[in-house]
Design a protein around this ligand. Structure first.
Ligand SMILES: Cc1ncc(COP(=O)(O)O)c(C=O)c1O
Length: 369
């Protein structure tokens, strides 16, 4: 199989040491060697997001959606009204989970790429006193927008509301501090900006929520967080057979994240995103989000010239060794593509990709800006 550079928002290119960590000797998940891995992975998750002893890290075998579904099905009941802030594909996916579990919610819906307004949120809370939880995506991956987490956290604090964050594409790539940002529940995956492999995900939840889980009638079996909490606290295990190898690789990716250091990793991502955006701007391509202050460190959304077919362009780039994403929903119709810089991507990789992109635009598609 050929080696590709994955400039896509997950799965991502990983280091040789992360890949190696997935091929450890065969391991029984009911013995202490595996319990050590769960314990260490959990401690690293807590450290990465500045969670103290008041938070519990739970590792699920299943992609990010599994963790999101576990959160809403285990922690919400019809006694709660959730305020959902939805401004893209992944806000919409949270809504789908709420609909599936017949949860009560009020939706603040913005167009894709629309920035949530504090006044709208405050108004929704005034008009719906039963709201007990605010929920949103940290980084709306379908656009590359960073939502106003700190402002919403302040509203949660003032109104004594819980704050649930889907951090799937933000963890490891954006500044996240669950204590400072007042996040009660954070979900994430290794296989994006943390630089791990796909197949597992995590829920980092405040222990004050344990009472809610106890009270709630189970709505499913595999995703019931009560079981995850019980097994974690009893002996660092998981209720069912976990993806042992992917979890060990997750642990390794967290160690590498820690070794590189938060500031260095985040500035590497920001710098690489800058290289990509400068190249796109020089080619006179339009970015979806121009405002740097609300723009992701790792995801860039850009519109192709009208005469270029999206799939033909993506195929031409893949032929040259570089993988991008096509846009989703209404943005795909507008020929938007996404170029990410998560995981094991260097500055040189970004420059090389940009050279190829310019060449493909000019020489394959006759576009010179
Ligand atoms: C913000 C966000 N939430 C949820 C998901 C769904 O995650 P998964 O595909 O791992 O289930 C994604 C996937 O990209 C995402 O970016």
């Amino acid at each position: 199989m050929r080696e590709l550079k994955l400039f896509a928002p997950g799965p991502v290119n990983t280091t040789a040491t992360v890949k190696k960590a997935a091929s450890i000797p065969d391991l029984c998940h009911r013995r202490s060697d595996f319990e050590d891995i769960i314990r260490e992975t959990g401690e690293l998750i807590k450290e990465l997001f500045n969670a103290g002893e008041e938070y519990l890290p739970l590792i699920l075998t299943g992609s990010g959606t599994a963790s999101n579904e576990a959160v809403y099905s285990s922690l919400c009941s019809n006694e709660d009204t959730i305020l959902l802030i939805n401004n893209g594909e992944f806000g919409g996916r949270l809504k789908e989970i709420m609909d599936t579990y017949k949860l009560t919610y009020v939706e603040l819906e913005y167009k894709w790429g629309g920035y949530p307004k504090v006044e709208d949120i405050s108004k929704a809370i005034r008009e719906n006193p039963s709201i007990g939880i605010i929920s949103m995506v940290f980084q709306e991956t379908s656009t590359g927008m960073i939502n106003p987490v700190e402002k919403v956290a302040e509203i949660c604090r003032e109104n004594d509301l819980l704050f649930f964050i889907d951090g799937i594409s933000a963890v490891g790539g954006e500044y996240i501090d669950v204590r400072k940002q007042g996040i009660d529940v954070l979900t994430g995956v290794p296989n994006k900006a943390i630089g791990g492999l796909p197949g597992v995900s995590f829920v980092l939840m405040h222990t004050k929520l344990r009472k809610r889980i106890e009270k709630n009638n189970p709505k499913n079996i595999y995703l019931n967080l009560k079981k995850f909490v019980d097994f974690k606290l009893r002996n660092n295990q998981t209720p069912n057979t976990p993806g042992v190898n992917a979890i060990n690789a997750f642990c390794q990716s967290l160690k590498e994240w820690k070794e590189e250091g938060r500031d260095v990793r985040l500035s590497r991502y920001r710098e690489n995103a800058g290289i990509i955006r400068n190249c796109l701007k020089k080619a006179n391509l339009k970015l979806l989000i121009e405002d740097e202050s609300i723009c992701s460190n790792t995801v860039t959304s850009v519109f192709l010239p009208k005469h270029i077919e999206t799939n033909e362009f993506l195929d031409a780039m893949e032929d040259r060794g570089f993988v991008f994403y096509e846009g989703k929903g209404p943005l795909l119709e507008q020929k938007m593509i996404q170029i990410a810089n998560m995981g094991n991507i260097t500055k040189d990789d970004c420059h090389e990709m940009c050279d190829v992109l310019r060449d493909v635009l000019e020489n394959t598609f006759g576009y010179s800006g």
